[in-house]
Design a protein. Structure first.
Ligand code: IMP
Length: 484
């Protein structure tokens, strides 16, 4: 199907032409109104979808072309503290890619997709799985709880989704044991260490074991099951407990779930690299957000993986040069779950109003999210560090003039020229006020929202290419063509 997207040699000039002539509204990349050939026809994504014209080349020529590949890998990242609505955007873009691949994190992420009247909740499986022709990968950079994954796969099977042969799990992804969750909880309850406010899904301990080189890659478990018992003994000694019948029962269930996934476990990096050579396209799906990145986020109040776009190459086993496009997703306002700095945070009645209007409760834990105004300092940092080619705004519908008369953008932190490594306990934010916009209807962008978007572009340095105006796939306005 992807071959329908082949673009003739003149495509570069048509890009250019399209860019010049483009105005807001649902632009068609090709200029012509040709069908994209997917069941998601109403979502013609401008300047986005096609394979490179290198199919069929071999040897040195492939390698040469590989270097100049224009369309290989697009990475979708969260440009705030997670929960930006990446799931919907990935679901929307998926038809235009051959592969959808998660590269980091685990069941700490979560989103719900309603498809043909059935509700699917994903924590681990990429949402592209709902498209019958897409190949989905759980990359080596992930930490996988096999019980959770089995549950999601069973849910898919019950919903009539056939994933045989097109769901691949990396043999290098690390397994997450029930005791990782116990260790996570024990750490959060330990008064001697800083509470992070984790999702309690065992993510930090699982990545700790990976980096301590005592973790269990999925392939290793399938080769030699005893390695799990060795790790389990290590965990029990850290927890200071002896094995209970309940834990044994839990572990038996866990092992059964892990064994049942054996047929899906493989070297996922190899087929992804070959796919890039063939000119197939990959959508790399990030979880959490830039400000939660282990290296570049608000450490220590972060998750334990590389959430930034560059995590995609390590987390999928593909060359860095294969990444050709990065899309940052951000909400019209900010939210954060768990502890840590949040300079534009709102409190009291205003916060509660925004939380309710946006349904800001954790998809994984149900916790009420902290809410605040849009933080352009953080957004600029995210656009900069990820090298965002474009930004997509979500929840544009929430912040309308029935909720607040005015909205604010935090444009600077007083006394700081940029986002600091460590936030001072009290930070004074300089704000700019903007009028909110009327309830959104159709594809029109009200002038108030347009000025808000223009200011965001000015502060972040990246174009806002689209805005999501509701949870449904149809609720999207393409504002600018998306160019290479
Ligand atoms: P962990 O990833 O469970 O270790 O949690 C570390 C921090 O990241 C905590 O503040 C969590 O609330 C936050 N976090 C983890 N996953 C998500 C997510 O998907 N959305 C928003 N915050 C998250």
């Amino acid at each position: 199907m992807i071959r329908r997207f082949f673009v003739p040699a003149t495509f570069v000039s048509s890009f250019f032409f399209e860019r010049r002539g483009a105005t807001r509204s649902n632009l068609d990349f090709f200029g012509s109104r040709r069908s994209l050939g997917t069941r998601n026809m109403e979502h013609k994504v401008p300047c986005l979808c096609f394979s490179s014209p290198r199919v069929g080349l071999t040897g040195n020529l492939v390698r040469k072309c590989y270097r100049t590949a224009v369309m290989a890998v697009t990475v979708v990242i969260g440009a705030q503290w997670g929960d930006e609505g990446k799931g919907k955007i990935v679901d929307l873009l998926a038809p235009h890619f051959t592969w959808i691949a998660r590269y980091q994190g685990g069941a700490n992420a979560g989103h719900t997709i309603v498809f043909e009247g059935k509700k699917f909740v994903f924590h681990l499986v990429p949402s592209g799985i709902l498209y019958p022709d897409k190949k989905c990968v759980l990359g080596n950079g992930m930490v996988i709880d096999p019980v959770q994954l089995r549950k999601e796969m069973d849910g898919l099977a019950e919903g009539g989704i056939d994933f045989e042969g097109r769901l691949l799990i990396s043999e290098r992804a690390h397994l997450l044991l029930p005791t990782h969750q116990m260790l996570d909880r024990a750490r959060e309850e330990d008064r001697l260490v800083k509470k992070i406010g984790t999702t309690l899904r065992g993510i930090g301990p699982a990545y700790s074991d990976k980096f301590k080189r005592c973790g269990v890659p999925f392939g290793e478990f399938l080769d030699r099951e005893e390695c799990v018992d060795e790790l389990l003994r290590n965990h029990l000694s850290q927890l200071g407990i002896s094995p209970s019948p309940e834990l044994k029962e839990k572990m038996d269930f866990w092992k059964e779930a892990a064994r049942s996934l054996a047929g899906f476990v493989t070297d996922t990096g190899f087929p992804l690299r070959r796919a890039i050579e063939r000119g197939e396209t990959i959508l790399a799906e990030g979880a959490q957000g830039t400000m939660l990145d282990i290296d570049h986020g608000t450490y220590p109040y972060v998750t334990s993986s590389t959430t930034c776009a560059f995590g995609a190459t390590a987390g999928l086993g593909i060359p860095a040069r294969a990444v050709t496009r990065v899309i940052g997703i951000f909400k019209a306002y900010s939210t954060r779950v768990g502890e840590g700095p949040f300079p534009t945070e709102l409190f009291g009645e205003e916060a509660q109003r925004l939380r309710e209007a946006g349904g800001e409760y954790g998809a994984t834990t149900g916790r009420p999210r902290r809410v605040g105004w849009l933080d352009a300092v953080a957004l600029k940092y995210a656009a900069d560090i990820n090298g965002c080619d474009g930004l997509i705004l979500t929840k544009a519908d929430v912040l309308n003039n029935t909720l607040f008369e005015k909205t604010k953008i935090g444009v600077a932190y007083e006394g700081l020229s940029r986002l600091p490594r460590k936030f001072p306990p009290k930070i004074t934010v300089t704000y700019r006020d903007f009028p909110t916009w009327p309830t959104l209807r159709g594809l029109e962008i009200p002038p108030e929202l347009d000025s808000y978007l223009a200011a965001i572009e000015e502060y972040s340095g990246a174009p806002v290419i689209a805005l999501s105006t509701g949870p449904d796939r149809n609720e999207i306005i393409w504002r600018k063509p998306f160019l290479d």
